[in-house]
Write a protein that binds this ligand. Structure first.
Ligand code: EPU
Length: 345
């Protein structure tokens, strides 16, 4: 039980199954819909239950019931803060839908987020795991974050450098703040440069634009092309529950990268600035025999082996069992360790 009485807006015994895109069963002991930062200030400083911030639940594996307090971020609002010769500065509340923000900025004539079209989730969650796709990461466009410090109730601002962004990583994950809601993001300021250049280097995107005979794409055409590719490859959680890529693309040292390249010339490899090689986890999983294969009521998706899907009625333990089986087979065959991408609760 919490040490001090929880405010009236806190609900009890709320099912989370439909609030996460993998649709795993589980109940939150306490649940608060956060529509304003003042609610967070009210909850701050309590030595109450364990806390976790929930956005759209699109990157979450629920192990079962959660005995703490879920802070469901629903802070709305988006606006142009200003512009100068170099850029537009756009602010969005943490509860805004990510894709709607991308579409809205494009409609306003402010390009820059188009490669991240159709990524499920909320604005507040985007920087936590530094969402990325088709050659762009949200870190490339974040200027700062506003967050409530749940120890003091104060709002603080983190600049881009404070966020310590890396591939699917940020200071929130590095410090574990995403697990205990120590700092809760309430809004994000984006910097969208006016010197816009299309980012079309990613293989799938270049091929899609080529197919449509678009040589000189607008930002909106890129968003459409990205949306088309995503719709073809990634299952819609409304019909086939999933959490997007289930593992990160692994980074291996140059020596292992070289050995694997010799043995498997068609394994996709992406050399990194630090000398390491990023490998395509989807390829490794497919070539371990898991593409389209099920274990119980979960499986690896037939059109993209990196996506774990709930075929219906699965629970968290089944997801863990499949994840471990896939990791073990990839390890045995390729000596590569796969790290899950979603957050486990
Ligand atoms: N591949 C296979 N078999 C598969 C899947 C992929 O051989 O079953 C190969 C593809 O042929 C391709 C390579 O792996 O050569 C990469 O595949 P893809 O372009 O589909 O991208 P990905 O590396 O599997 C990453 C992100 C996605 C993002 C796409 C596009 C991660 C963990 N995933 O996937 O992000 O949309 O690139 O940029 O970095 C997510 O994070 O949830 C997510 C969907």
């Amino acid at each position: 039980m919490p040490a001090k009485p929880l405010p009236d807006f806190v609900e009890r015994a709320v099912s989370l199954e439909r609030r996460t895109t993998l649709a795993l069963p589980g109940q939150a002991a306490f649940y608060a819909e956060i529509r304003a930062a003042t609610q967070l200030a009210q909850l701050a400083g309590s030595h109450g239950p364990r806390q976790f911030v929930l956005g759209a639940g699109s990157n979450l594996v629920l192990g079962g019931d959660f005995d703490g307090l879920i802070l469901h971020m629903a802070i709305a609002g988006r606006q142009l803060l200003g512009e100068d010769a170099e850029a537009w500065y756009v602010y969005a509340g943490a509860g805004e839908n990510w894709h709607q923000l991308v579409s809205w900025t494009l409609q306003q004539g402010w390009p820059g987020l188009e490669n991240l079209a159709l990524i499920p989730g909320t604005v507040g969650a985007a920087p936590i795991q530094n969402i990325g796709a088709y050659g762009l990461e949200v870190a490339d466009r974040v200027l700062s974050l506003d967050a409530v410090d749940m120890l003091t109730g104060r709002t603080i601002r983190l600049d881009r450098a404070d966020c310590r962004f890396a591939y699917r990583d940020s200071v929130f994950k590095q410090e574990g703040w995403h697990l205990d809601a120590r700092l809760v993001v309430i809004g994000v300021t984006f910097r969208l440069p006016k010197a816009w250049r299309p980012l079309t280097g990613y293989g799938d995107l270049a091929a899609e634009l080529d197919r449509r005979q678009i040589a000189d794409p607008t930002a909106t055409q890129i968003a459409t092309a990205v949306s088309n590719i995503r719709s073809r490859k990634l299952p819609d959680p409304a019909t086939l529950p999933n959490a997007g890529s289930f593992f990160q693309n692994p980074l291996v040292d140059a020596a292992l990268g070289e050995r694997l390249a010799q043995a498997y010339p068609d394994l996709p490899r992406y050399p990194q600035a630090d000398g390491r090689i990023k490998l395509a986890a989807g390829w490794l999983i497919e070539h371990s025999g898991w593409k389209g294969r099920n274990l119980g009521r979960v499986g690896m998706y037939e059109k993209q082996a990196l996506v774990l899907v709930n075929r219906g009625g699965a629970c968290g333990a089944e997801v863990l069992a499949l994840a471990h089986a896939v990791q073990a087979d990839v390890r045995a065959r390729f000596h590569v360790e796969l790290t899950p991408e979603p957050v486990f609760l």
